[in-house]
Every structure is written in structure tokens, then in C-alpha cells.
Design a binder for this molecule. Structure first.
Ligand code: ATP
Ligand code: MG
Length: 457
């Protein structure tokens, strides 16, 4: 008898359902994680009770997915647990499965993807039901499908990506036949909706475990080339000043960033997206865009394709544009101000986080030198940029001591030239912050307007 120690609420839900005559098991990820001795996430229950039964048995329920048989039960601990009626697959399309309710836990386990996920545990009787020997696979570090791997992947190609995630994050060896079928199935990943593909990647980037192993399996299996060609181009692509390729540098950097900041991990993956195709400025087509701009466009295109939120796209692409284009640590103050004005003060903390991760990534492989980051240089740059960002100097037109309202008071009529003028004034102030007072800028504005020979007043 083993005890996986689920929360008391899981036992309570199970007891209530079984009292009413419905067989109920804890299933899936939480059982797997508890068996492996890892902290378990969401405890899910599978039951013979229909969704309507479940709703009648418990006082506080939430209809999460009645069609799929899932009801949320809010327990005394205030946590919602999902109770799903036993299911079997009726029809699969490669994209999703059409399911029907089933009578037994056997049918329910048979439709699950991998042996390690096809485990059930009875919270009252404290018995493990493990018809596919998932516990043994977990123990030996093996990932394999329940049943014929080719069929199982063809039923739902998302399982390909799930396999890469589980193998990478739990450090499992993919069993031979499963791997062969997986590599063969990679070409069909195009049938998956962008949302499901993105959610899989987000799980890798926000998980407790470092993402690099799963991402390396994406590359090794061909999945990266199929769904993330921009990232795949970085595999084997060497860069001046860095040993190893862009991809392995990106993977180390991703691991060093926090799982609570997936956007920064995206930036680390996409930072190389704007590098010139040929690895250097000479040779090849003259670029239509600067590398920063190319990086921004590449990152935005990838995230748009995955149907990421606009907020996420803007955040990531905005950082990608500047992450590989820092000013020199010894650049004149005016240049730092100009750079920060373009980047935006608010982005500086995130850029610093990524630079530090990149430096540590280089240092891990003894690369903290030429061309790439070097500790002393980065520290100096960070110190100076932080001081510039904190200093009471104008970095945006809004921060000028002079505004469109002043222009109106001076008798000018509002128009597009107002914006143009304010940007010209900001340009002067970035060079020389002492110019940022109202009278000085008013005089500058007058001169600017006169030079434009405006018909005014
Ligand atoms: P995690 O929550 O850490 O991603 P998990 O195993 O709990 O891991 P879920 O997506 O929460 O994954 O799914 C719960 C369970 O449902 C899985 O353990 C597995 O048994 C089953 N399952 C989920 N998705 C699939 C799928 N595409 N094909 C077959 N079974 C699946
Ligand atoms: Mg889960």
C-alpha cells in the first residue's frame, strides 16, 4: 500500500462520489508527479458519475466543460478540483479527439497518451491502478505511448509536442519505437492549431524545470524546423565572439531567466532572429532593414503566427529590437541618453535581466570575452544606463519643459508640425540637457518656426 498523500479534499470528493455508488480515481499528472516524488500540481479525478450527477452531489460546482464531462468541484479548502466522467475516444482527427462517456477506468486510461500519464490511484483504498506499467517506466526514466505509437500520434499530433516536453522536463529517454514514430509524425504538426502549439511552448517556458532539454528535443526531432523555423535557423549557426552556436547560447540563456517571466525567455530565444543570414554584414543581399528592425519583425511574425496576445507581441518584439544593440559601455552620455530615449526607460530593467543571463551563459562555457558580453563592460554599462534612466533629464517629448500648449500660447495653430518641432527640440535636449528650460526652448521653437517660414499668427 502506498500513500501518495493527496490533499484531504481529494479524498472527500472521492468518498462522496463512491458513497453515491460511482467509482472514482485520481488520475493523470498529479498521480504521475506524486509517484516520481515531485510536488504535484492539480489533482484531477475521473469518475463513473455523469456531469449532471456530479453537479447534484456537490453543493458548489462549476460547469467547466460539461460536453467533455468536466465539472469543477469547490471543496472545503476553497480549491476547485476537476472531476471528469470516464471517457473513451470515438473519433480522432489528428487535431483533436471526439470523446464519449465510458463506463470503466480501463477505457479512460486506454485513451491517455503515455504510460506515465495512464496511471490511476484510489484515494480511499490507496491502491495504484497501472495497467501499462507507467510507474516502472517512470522509475526507469522511459517515455512511451500507451499502445501503438504511430497510431497514438496520428490520433492527436499534439502528443508529439507533449512527448518532447515530458521527456525534456522529466529527463526521460524516449523509447525507440515511440521516438521513431514521433520523428515520422513531425511533418504533420502543421495540422495543429497555433493556440495549442503555443500553449505547449508556454508550458515549457513557465515550468519548474529548465526548458533547455525539451527545446533541444524540439530541435533534434525536427519539430523546431516545422513549427519554429526562425529558431531552427539558429541551430549550428556560429557567432563571432561566442563559442558554440546561437541556439545553444539561447538555450543556456533561457534556463538562466525566471520561469515567472516567460516573455524574457521568448526574447532570449528570438534575440538571434535578426542576425544577418550570412552571419556577417559583408556578402549577401543588402539588408532592407537594420538587424534590430529585422529582429523585431521576425519576433512579431512568429508570435503573431502563434496567435499570441498583442501585449505579449509588443513586449517581446520591443525587447528583441534592442537586446543585441546596446550602446558601448564607454559611449558619451549623450549617446546613452539617445539610446534610452529610443528604447524607453521602462524597458531597461528587462533588457538588463537578459544581458546578465547572456553574460552568464557565455561564462558557463568560458566565453565571456570579445564581441559578446564581458562582465566588467556589462557592469559599467548597466551602472551608467541606470543612472541615466534615474536622472531628471528629458528622454521623451512629454518630458520637455515646453509643450504644444506653450506653442498655442505663442500663437501657433496646432498641426502635425508641432510633433515634428517637439522631436527636434528633444533632439537638442538629448545632446545638451541644460537646454531643457521653457524660455530656451521657446526661443529655439521660434527660430525653428521662422526657419520653416511658417505663415503664422
Ligand atoms: P501538466 O499539467 O504538467 O502539463 P499533465 O499530464 O497533467 O501535465 P494535462 O494536459 O493536465 O497534462 O492532462 C492531464 C492528463 O490527461 C494527462 O496526464 C494525460 O493522461 C491526459 N491527456 C492530456 N492531453 C492528452 C492528449 N492530447 N492525449 C491523450 N491524453 C492526454
Ligand atoms: Mg495537469
Amino acid at each position: 500500500m502506498i500513500d501518495l498523500r493527496p490533499p484531504g479534499a481529494v479524498r472527500w470528493i472521492c468518498r462522496e462520489l463512491e458513497k453515491a455508488g460511482y467509482e472514482t480515481w485520481a488520475v493523470g499528472g498529479a498521480v504521475r508527479d506524486a509517484l516520481a516524488g515531485r510536488p504535484s500540481g492539480d489533482w484531477d479525478l475521473a469518475s463513473a458519475a455523469s456531469p449532471n450527477r456530479v453537479r447534484r452531489i456537490f453543493r458548489r460546482t462549476v460547469p467547466i466543460g460539461i460536453d467533455h464531462g468536466t465539472v469543477g468541484v469547490i471543496a472545503g479548502d476553497g480549491v476547485m478540483y476537476e472531476v471528469t466522467t470516464f471517457r473513451r475516444d470515438v473519433e480522432t482527427t489528428g487535431r483533436h479527439a471526439v470523446v464519449a462517456f465510458a463506463d470503466t477506468v480501463d477505457e479512460d486510461l486506454a485513451r491517455r497518451d503515455f504510460t506515465i500519464n495512464a496511471v490511476a490511484w484510489h484515494p480511499l483504498r490507496k491502491v495504484l491502478y497501472d495497467p501499462y506499467d507507467g510507474a516502472a517506466d517512470l522509475e526507469q526514466g522511459i517515455l512511451q505511448t500507451v499502445g501503438e505509437p504511430e497510431e497514438r500520434f496520428a490520433e492527436d499530433y499534439l502528443r508529439v509536442l507533449r512527448a518532447l516536453r515530458f521527456a525534456g522536463t522529466f529527463r526521460l529517454q524516449v523509447e525507440r519505437a515511440t521516438w521513431r514514430a514521433l520523428v515520422g509524425a513531425v511533418a504533420r504538426l502543421d495540422v495543429l492549431s497555433p493556440e495549442r502549439v503555443r500553449e505547449e511552448m508556454e508550458k515549457i517556458l513557465t515550468g519548474r524545470e529548465p526548458p533547455s532539454a525539451a527545446l533541444a528535443l524540439y530541435a533534434a526531432s525536427g519539430a523546431l524546423a516545422h513549427r519554429y523555423p526562425e529558431l531552427d535557423r539558429q541551430v549550428g549557426w556560429s557567432q563571432e565572439g561566442r563559442g558554440g552556436d546561437l541556439w545553444s547560447h539561447a538555450l543556456r540563456t533561457v534556463d538562466l531567466l525566471s520561469p515567472h517571466r516567460p516573455a524574457l525567455r521568448w526574447v532570449a530565444l528570438l534575440a538571434g532572429a535578426g542576425e544577418p543570414e550570412d552571419g556577417g554584414p559583408e556578402g549577401g543581399e543588402p539588408a532592407a532593414h537594420s538587424p534590430g528592425r529585422r529582429g523585431l519583425l521576425g519576433a512579431a511574425a512568429l508570435l503573431e503566427r502563434l496567435r499570441s496576445s498583442n501585449a505579449r507581441i509588443q513586449q517581446v518584439a520591443g525587447l528583441v529590437e534592442f537586446v543585441r544593440r546596446p550602446p558601448g559601455a564607454g559611449a558619451p552620455d549623450a549617446e546613452l541618453r539617445r539610446w534610452l530615449s529610443q528604447v524607453g526607460r521602462e524597458r531597461l530593467p528587462d533588457l538588463i535581466r537578459i544581458w546578465i543571463a547572456e553574460l552568464r551563459s557565455d561564462e558557463l562555457v568560458g566565453d565571456g570575452g570579445e564581441g559578446a558580453w564581458e562582465r566588467g563592460r556589462l557592469e559599467r554599462l548597466v551602472r551608467r544606463l541606470r543612472a541615466t534612466a534615474r536622472a531628471p533629464v528629458a528622454l521623451t517629448t512629454d518630458e520637455l519643459a515646453f509643450s504644444g500648449r506653450d506653442l498655442i500660447q505663442m500663437g501657433y495653430r496646432p498641426g502635425p508640425r508641432f510633433g515634428e518641432l517637439l522631436r527636434a527640440l528633444l533632439d537638442r535636449v538629448l545632446d545638451d540637457p541644460t537646454l531643457n528650460d521653457r524660455e530656451t526652448l521657446a526661443a529655439e521653437a521660434e527660430a525653428w518656426m521662422a526657419a520653416r517660414d511658417e505663415e503664422v499668427r
